[in-house]
Design a protein around this ligand. Sequence first.
Ligand code: AMP
Length: 393
Amino acid sequence: MKIMSINAGSSSLKFSLFEMDTKTCIASGYFERVTMEGSFYTIKYQGEKIREEVDMPNHMIAVEILLDRLGSLDIIQSLDEIEGVGHRLAHGSSKYKSSALITDELMEDFKSYTELAPLHIPANILGIEAIRKALPDVAMVGVFDTSFHQTLDVTKYIYPVPYEWYKKYGIRKYGFHGTSYRYICEQIPRLLGKDEYKAIICHLGSGASIAAVKNGKCIDTSMGFTPVVGVMMGTRSGDIDPSILPFIMKKEDKTIEEVMDDLNKKSGFLGLSECSNDFRDIYKGVQEGSEQCQLAFDKFVQTVVNYIATYYVELDGADVICFTAGLGENASEARCAIMEKLSCLGVRLDQKANEVRGEEIKISSDDSSILCFVVPTNEELMIAEDTLSLIGE
Ligand code: AMP
């Protein structure tokens, strides 16, 4: 049985097609610059990467091209083979505590959450509508980034601001990257050889967050009402004092939207280094002696360590720390710096194991008080599995 997972962004569309009997990804692809000039796609299939520049003025056309190429590249013989499509959805508010079949009611709810994720939700909707038009009879499932964090206790999700803001507008911590956390949580019992555990999971990609998890249940997480807070990221600031906003608005004669844009797109690694949002460039800068790259590296490590320390206390200890996503899986230098700063908790690094990039591996030494693992995430498979289980019901 074949299931497709879709992640639609404002100018992009990622897909993975799974054979669910074997849980293998048959083909995956990335459609970029959709709605813009110079649009192109890449499709990975049977070890090959196919790239084609093709005009994609909107998401409908991107999906039409995707489905056409699945046939012309002989990835599938007929569209009927696709039995379900799962969509990564940015926000499920407080209502969606797990994935759900995409119905008219869900679409209405989802549209009403647009203010909570104004960049992502309209793009997700375009992705759903494009698939619905091209595959009108296929069941679709929404997999929400926020669902995993719906188990947070009120003391963790409430902000100490006028309570009315929560009641009237739903101002609270929602948390993100939930699909990735769920995937990692499915791996932890196998890694530890037990079902009961306390874990600190570091999802460190261009967007980065950390979660404290007890036996698969989220206890706390670093992103909040929006993904801009928590640890420092590629272009997002992470935690800052909100008074900086009106101060900069006055000094630089900027609107609130412009300052928020600075915090979302011009901060983090990019902001501090003034050269790149990509960790690889930052680390290259560190090796070449750039003081600003070193500052960006050190600040990132510090913010991650601070959250791990906080969650260690919130969980009353930890059995395991997991590193995942692009940077967490690959940036051994960052993992090394983070783990060295945790030595007061008894964390010890296995230097040799830590040199491995992008593979599941234990990176703590045998005398470490906390097991530390690199665990590659697979959000797409998680989306496909949710889709399979919901369309089967
Ligand atoms: P993601 O958003 O999960 O794709 O992660 C992107 C981040 O992972 C970027 O900061 C990249 O620099 C970082 N990254 C990806 N590959 C590597 C690598 N081989 N070594 C170090 N960092 C990497």
